[in-house]
Design a protein around this ligand. Structure first.
Ligand code: PHE
Length: 447
């Protein structure tokens, strides 16, 4: 999420009505659900360490590149590439962005649906008695394997997203999110304090914070970079005031990383404080957040109230993300293909829902999908590969096709930040593309 209102947002609903997705989309499941899962899957603290470097040196670099393109063109990705380099294949990158947005929304919507289900569980008091790992795990497995419940929740999320996008009232939700996100942040701090004071929390902390550098490899680097893109909402662009956001007032996006970091503290302290769960042996999965947050909530004084609040605020955060994911493809159809907003949003929402069906059934609904690990594969294809490839094209486009000189006209680093300008130019032209190409080569050999 973001704390700035910018002039571009006033253009909402007008002819150019594209906002290359608001920065308000940054905090969401990427921080609270995906980040801890990736930490768990990639060796703990080493991932945390590499991800922070990736956010600073690659994430912010590409974010700024996207802002420059967005600010210059004020268009959807296809229109934007077309405006700068008309009649070239660069617009295919725009199509890639559009497709990736729908692909991500398809399973992100399923997880968001799980959050809807857990919101109702919290209201029903499911997390008020002290939950062990075993019972919390059982609650999650029963829940996520029930196709009817999962589908209804998934549908609710997609329908709500389509409704808001087609009415063009996204700005309203974002205003609410600005007010509510600081509350979520405070709540997360409380939960982190509770988690840290659980007997045995130290084991989790060591896993989370003491990097074992011998565990570093290109797979870790790849996932750390991809997670940086996802968490910062890179790959569907943004049109905010870039100099403000990236350099003068970095808090909003640093805040994004901080929320993820705290979510990790909560999850690993609580998880490894449970008897029998051993770092190194434990295999993280898509359910991690849903298994562990209820445990810590159930151990809080006033856990019922905290639980209801937590899942309410989480849903607001999630909704700002699903809105951004749907907005980009919708703007494409509206601006380039002259569809009405209503038709575009409904069509794309239905598409995301259909594409999401295997993911929705992959936690026990259909055995074959479970065996294939459909959800985690979708995540790999659309987030890890999709956003990374998208980011590569953006850096190459900016560095070599459009040219940093032109991009710099859109970016003001301010006088005092003279050195940052050169760091950014170096990063966008050399560091980011080289690192991304290397990790893509390594990873496609592995998989
Ligand atoms: N950053 C969002 C999150 O953390 C996800 C997102 C990615 C939203 C890309 C829009 C575009 O949940």
């Amino acid at each position: 999420m973001d704390y700035h209102e910018d002039s571009a947002r006033g253009a909402w609903g007008s002819k150019l009505a594209f906002i290359f997705a608001a920065a308000g989309s940054a905090i969401g499941l990427g921080n609270i659900w995906r980040y801890p899962m990736m930490v768990g899957l990639n060796g703990g603290a080493i991932f945390v360490f590499v991800n922070i470097l990736a956010v600073i040196f690659i994430g912010f670099t590409i974010m700024l590149a996207e802002f420059a393109i967005g600010r210059h063109t004020r268009k959807n990705p296809v229109g934007a590439f077309n405006a700068i380099k008309p009649g070239t294949p660069w617009k295919l990158v725009g199509y890639l962005n559009v497709a990736v947005g729908i692909g991500i929304l398809s399973f992100y919507g399923v997880i968001a649906g799980w959050a809807v289900g857990y919101f109702f569980k919290a209201i029903a008091g499911a997390f008020s008695r002290d939950l062990s790992w075993k019972s919390s795990d059982a609650i999650f497995k029963n829940f996520s394997a029930d196709p009817l419940v999962v589908f209804v929740c998934f549908f609710v999320i997609i329908a709500l997203t389509v409704f808001i996008i087609s009415k063009g009232i996204k700005g309203g939700i974002e205003k609410w999110s600005k007010i509510l996100m600081p509350i979520l942040f405070v709540l997360i701090i409380f939960l982190a304090i509770r988690a840290l004071t659980l007997p045995g929390a130290g084991r989790g902390l060591a896993f989370y914070l003491k990097p074992d550098f011998s565990k570093f490899n290109f797979t870790v680097l790849f996932f750390a970079v991809a997670q940086a893109f996802f968490s910062l909402s890179i790959g569907n662009g943004s049109n905010d005031d870039l100099c403000q956001l990236s350099f003068k007032k970095r808090q909003p996006r640093l805040f994004d990383t901080l929320v993820a970091f705290l979510a990790g503290i909560i999850i690993f302290s609580t998880l490894f404080a449970s008897p029998g769960i051993v770092p190194g042996e434990f295999k993280a999965d898509t359910g991690l957040m849903f298994q562990v947050f209820p445990m810590v909530l159930s151990k809080m004084p006033g856990g019922y109230v905290f639980g209801v609040m937590f899942f309410t605020l989480l849903l607001v955060a999630v909704l700002t993300s699903t809105l951004s994911l749907l907005e980009v493809p919708t703007a494409f159809l509206v601006d380039e293909k002259k569809w009405t907003r209503m038709k575009a949003a409904t069509f794309l929402g239905a598409l995301a829902f259909i594409v999401g069906i295997p993911s929705a059934l992959s936690n026990g609904g259909v055995k074959l999908f479970t065996k294939w690990g459909v959800m985690i594969k979708m995540d790999f294809i659309f987030i890890s590969l999709g956003l990374t490839v998208g980011a590569l094209f953006i850096s190459v486009f900016l560095g070599y096709a459009w040219g940093v000189k032109n991009a710099l006209k859109e970016i003001s680093f301010g006088n005092s930040r003279f050195k940052l300008k050169f760091l950014w130019i170096f990063n966008v032209k050399y560091l980011a593309p080289v690192v991304i190409v290397i990790i893509l080569i390594v990873i496609t050999n592995i998989f």
